[in-house]
Design a protein around this ligand. Sequence first.
Ligand SMILES: [Zn+2]
Length: 231
Amino acid sequence: MSTAKRVFELQQVEQAVQTRLKSLDDLNRQLAHNEAFEKASTELADATKNQAELEKQYKELDWEAEEIRRNLIPVNDKLYSGRVKNPKELLGYEQEAEMLKARLGKKDDVLLDLMEKIEAGKGSLKLLREKFAAAERVWQQEQQELKGQIELLKAELADLENKRKEALAEVDREALTSYENIKKTKGQAVVRVEQGRCMGCRVMLSVSELQRVRGGTIVTCSNCGRILFLN
Ligand SMILES: [Zn+2]
């Protein structure tokens, strides 16, 4: 095998490694989070918090209404027991009872409104829990698949690493040094020659260049500096 072909094969193995490393990166990024699941999770958390807040408001208001009802008992007692005879005093109790009833009425209106909101909230919470559970199932499934793909890629990478070592052992030190140097500046160090052109820069090679390339030794393109490989 010519030196140029050996370097070319080393490059192919290295490029295959790079492609898989990039895929591995993509898969790990996908594994890090899932938009649909996170959205469902946030929606459920927000709705749960909102519902708890409504229930807390209801409890507090209900307690306040209960207190008004308790305060109303002795006032009503004085009004209707017949024990209080003084009209002025009776009028005072009547006014107090009216005031308490009006306050109670307002609280009851708000309580009713809150109760409706709580009931509606229960319905949407149920839906959001179902949505969350479904998103969680899908996400778990996806995670399994992603993990499977990652395992596969890792196995391929281990295999490629062995191939890379083998290919490296085949390349002589001098060729390897120029390969590494060109790779640093050009990215792709070895390029094919097709129809007399360097496929790295598309420039036509001279006859003497082509002849040297055919010899299989390390020849670099006089235009772009890459190692030329003719199959
Ligand atoms: Zn070139």
